[in-house]
Design a protein around this ligand. Structure first.
Ligand code: GUN
Ligand code: ZN
Length: 433
């Protein structure tokens, strides 16, 4: 039987990017209700209009809560869930001290299943409905997250992280095994239900030229897959890359030379970019993924959002857990705002919400399916309470308009602000009604 649902509240949808010409707030429109059926949005409008369209629909009244697309987190490491907020190291030491020992455990399928489910519980509670995740070198770690997401009807992207050098014994594959394992995982998971695969060389310091070459060949074989990696996160890392690849013109060249620069590429961090790199990234129309809580937590630097947007780069937003210090995209939007302030370019609340939904969805090339509320889009929705704590309630009671109230929740909100979450037309976090 078809289950028709109507959610009533303040339903927010974007008709354009709030970074395009015009006032940012004019990029979004509000309506009173959204209808969904069989996992898809079937209409938005007044409650009366939706009830005319769906006379048998079950109505859920959310008062004046904000109803919008679920958050899309464009760069995460689900295996780092248990080591989030580990103290005092910068990137390379942080990887060696905390990350690699934890990732070693994911050859154990039972452990991988446990963390995959815990991770999806935590992110769902925070209103995130799609993630793009690195796994570990173990195929079991990929099976674990895809199996968990499939059971929840969730749209996710993930891939086996490939590393064949500068990683400890037990956490290295080879060019051939990375190719074969990734190829088999693509056959098993890519395009199954709502799942898709990202070819995932971790970053050039942990892959030999032979492995990068194998990854490039695999991407050429599967051009409809995404490819995710890291780029120019810390100055020490960049110096290391230059010493490992003395012939390379710059960091990006270590990917470009091996066929790992392409439109379906996602490059996490991208903070300390050279002119040639910016030019090539723009030319290919790749996605650069801003990871603000990670960039401050690991001490990496201040992403040039305004400059990169002005030159027409495609940008997504991400937690980068566990280098990032939060599972919450609200907290991540708040951190993006603060980094904008440090660079003298504050982002409007509409721009922050857009980055966390449409911007990230477009980075994953999924903007026709997720990231907005419109007829035919998948019914991944979040319901936000804009007065979820006493501190936020007293501030939002003074709000001059919706955006002023939304901004207070972006800056101060957490999972308590996420009243309800729907994934594929099914409620997965239910408000107390
Ligand atoms: N660069 C290579 N691997 C990682 C990782 O796991 N986290 C972050 N933040 N940067 C990386
Ligand atoms: Zn990362």
């Amino acid at each position: 039987m078809r289950t028709e649902i109507i959610l009533k509240g303040q339903v927010l949808a974007f008709s354009r990017s709030p970074f395009d010409e015009g006032a940012p707030q004019d990029a979004a429109q509000l309506s009173e209700a959204v209808a969904m059926c069989d996992g898809l949005v079937t209409g938005t409008g007044t409650l009366k209009e939706m009830q005319m369209l769906h006379p048998l629909a079950h109505l859920v009244d959310h008062g004046d809560h904000l109803i919008m697309a679920g958050f899309v987190d464009a760069h995460v490491h689900y295996p780092q869930t248990a080591i989030i907020a580990s103290w005092g190291k910068r990137l390379i030491d942080w990887l060696n001290a905390y990350t690699f020992p934890e990732e070693m455990r994911f050859g154990d399928r039972a452990y991988a299943d446990q963390v995959a489910n815990r991770y999806l519980d935590l992110t769902t509670a925070n209103g995130t409905t799609t993630v793009c995740s690195f796994c570990t070198i173990h195929p079991e770690s990929v099976d674990a997250i895809f199996t968990a997401a499939q059971a929840r009807g969730q749209r996710i992207v993930a891939g086996k992280t490939c590393m064949d050098r500068n990683a400890p014994e037990g956490l290295r594959d080879t060019p051939q095994s990375a190719y074969d394992d990734s190829d088999a995982l693509i056959a098993r998971w890519h395009g199954v239900d709502r799942l898709s695969y990202a070819i995932t060389p971790r970053f050039s310091p942990t892959s030999s030229p032979e492995q990068l070459d194998a990854m490039g060949a695999l991407w050429a074989k599967h051009p409809d897959c995404l490819m995710q990696t890291h780029l120019s996160e810390q100055l020490d890392e960049i110096a290391w890359v230059k010493s490992l690849f003395p012939q390379a013109r710059d960091y990006l060249d270590t990917y470009e030379e091996f066929g790992l620069l392409g439109a379906r590429g996602l490059y996490g961090h991208a903070i300390h970019l050279e002119e040639r790199e910016r030019h090539r990234l723009r030319e290919y129309g790749v996605a650069l993924v801003h990871c603000p809580t990670s960039n401050t937590f690991i001490g990496s630097g201040l992403f040039d959002m305004a400059g990169l947007l002005a030159e027409g780069q495609r940008i997504g937003l991400a937690t980068d857990t566990g280098g990032g210090s939060s599972f919450s995209m609200l907290r991540t939007m708040g951190a993006a705002y603060e980094i904008g302030q440090l660079r003298g370019t504050p982002l409007h609340a509409a721009q922050l919400l857009w980055l966390a939904t449409m911007g990230s969805a477009a980075s994953l090339r999924l903007e026709d399916k997720i990231g907005n509320v419109a007829v035919g889009m998948e019914a991944d929705l979040v319901v936000l309470n804009l007065a979820s704590t006493p501190a936020i309630a007293q501030r939002s009671s003074r709000a001059t308009d919706l955006w002023d109230a939304v901004f207070a929740t972006i800056m101060m909100g957490d999972d308590r602000a996420v009243a309800e979450v729907w994934i594929g037309g099914q409620v997965v976090k239910k408000s107390a009604r």
